[in-house]
Ligand binder design. Structure first.
Ligand code: FEO
Length: 176
């Protein structure tokens, strides 16, 4: 059975992950419209990942004999000034998610909830990786600059990341 404070915090996290999934889906759609195929593919995959993060929480809460609450969606922004702005927003969103996970960890520590601490460790590692990836993308965007063909080169860089992700997923599947 989950402590009431932990239960409430985990349910709120479902909402944070669902919002992230919707935001990244809106970004994918915007990139598609702008002809940024690599970025669109990146965000479609990212949106799926956030949904998976949300589902893991739903299953965990229910497994702990509580009731996971599926939240209503917050409407995401549908238009963006530039791809540079998109990745800045992603970085802010990921930092917000990290902060939120760390707060739940604090609550779990207060409540001596070892099972949830163990469960959330996966999210702590995931957030560290996600923040590092977005920082790397922002560095590349800064290096590419805003010259005439910058969008082309940014999209190519993101395509490389997509290929790495697909290769890593295939490796994971083969190992399973
Ligand atoms: Fe599930 Fe990227 O936060």
């Amino acid at each position: 059975m989950l402590n009431e404070k932990v239960y409430k915090a985990l349910n709120q996290q479902i909402e944070v992950e669902a919002d992230s999934s919707a935001i990244y889906l809106a970004m994918a759609s915007w990139c598609d419209k702008e002809g940024l195929a690599g970025c669109a593919q990146f965000f479609y995959a990212q949106s799926d990942e956030e949904r998976m993060h949300m589902l893991k929480l739903v299953h965990y809460i229910n497994e702990m004999d509580a009731h996971a609450i599926v939240p209503g969606l917050t409407a995401p922004k549908i238009d963006y000034p530039s791809i540079q702005d998109v990745f800045q927003i992603v970085y802010k969103q990921e930092k917000l998610v990290t902060e939120s996970i760390h707060k739940i960890m604090d609550i779990c520590n207060e409540c001596n909830d070892h099972a949830t601490i163990h469960f959330l460790q996966w999210y702590v590692a995931e957030q560290r990786e996600e923040e590092a990836q977005v920082r790397e993308i922002l560095d590349k965007i800064r290096l590419i600059g805003s010259g005439g063909q910058s969008l082309y080169y940014i999209d190519k860089e993101i395509e490389k990341i997509n290929k790495k992700r697909i290769a890593a997923e295939a490796e994971e599947e083969a190992a399973a």
